[in-house]
Design a protein around this ligand. Structure first.
Ligand SMILES: [Zn+2]
Length: 177
């Protein structure tokens, strides 16, 4: 398992509904994440390929802001997208102190992750329908809910894949020179 896959697994394991998900289904979830992530990448491919993603974000009226906050309820926060105020907030201190092992640039990764949330909001994606668990509450009462981490896993997949693409592209250019 790669460090990225391990990271994804850790996120899934933190989901509040994890105890209702059979372990055999973890793979099913990751496959759905990949399929969904690929579909989003494909839809925005012309923008991604030309590296105009940041210009596109700014054109949507979204501001990119830097802040220093480190934790939120004992949880590290790297970035967030505040839909109401149309802001992507990047937490510099967390990013600097806790870089991810699986990417060269944690700041870029975090920004791409948040860009995914912008797209998700724009597309009004209801990721909760992608993988649902049924909880039995009282006798005949059953509650169907989606796993929250689906969106996080997809955002990471999106960011990771784009960075890989850009990295390979740059390597090709270097070799040609
Ligand atoms: Zn996120």
């Amino acid at each position: 398992m790669s460090t990225f896959e391990q990271h994804q697994l850790n996120i899934l394991k933190r989901d509040t509904l994890i105890h209702h998900i059979p372990e055999d289904d973890y793979q099913v979830i990751f496959e759905k994440v990949a399929t969904h992530g690929q579909a989003v990448i494909q839809k925005y491919w012309s923008i991604i390929q030309s590296e105009r993603l940041i210009a596109w974000i700014l054109k949507q009226g979204i501001h990119i802001a830097f802040q220093t906050k480190v934790t939120q309820k004992n949880r590290l926060v790297f970035g967030e997208y505040a839909e109401k105020t149309q802001r992507i907030i990047l937490y510099e201190e967390t990013i600097q102190k806790h870089p991810f092992e699986f990417v060269e640039n944690t700041l870029e990764f975090t920004l791409l992750h948040e860009i995914y949330h912008v797209i998700e909001a724009k597309e009004k994606t209801n990721y909760q329908t992608y993988y649902q668990v049924t909880q039995t509450l009282l006798g005949p009462i059953k509650l169907k809910s989606g796993i929250i981490s689906f969106s996080e896993l997809s955002a990471n997949y999106f960011a990771y894949w784009i960075l890989e693409y850009w990295r390979n592209k740059n390597e090709e250019i270097t070799e040609e020179n």
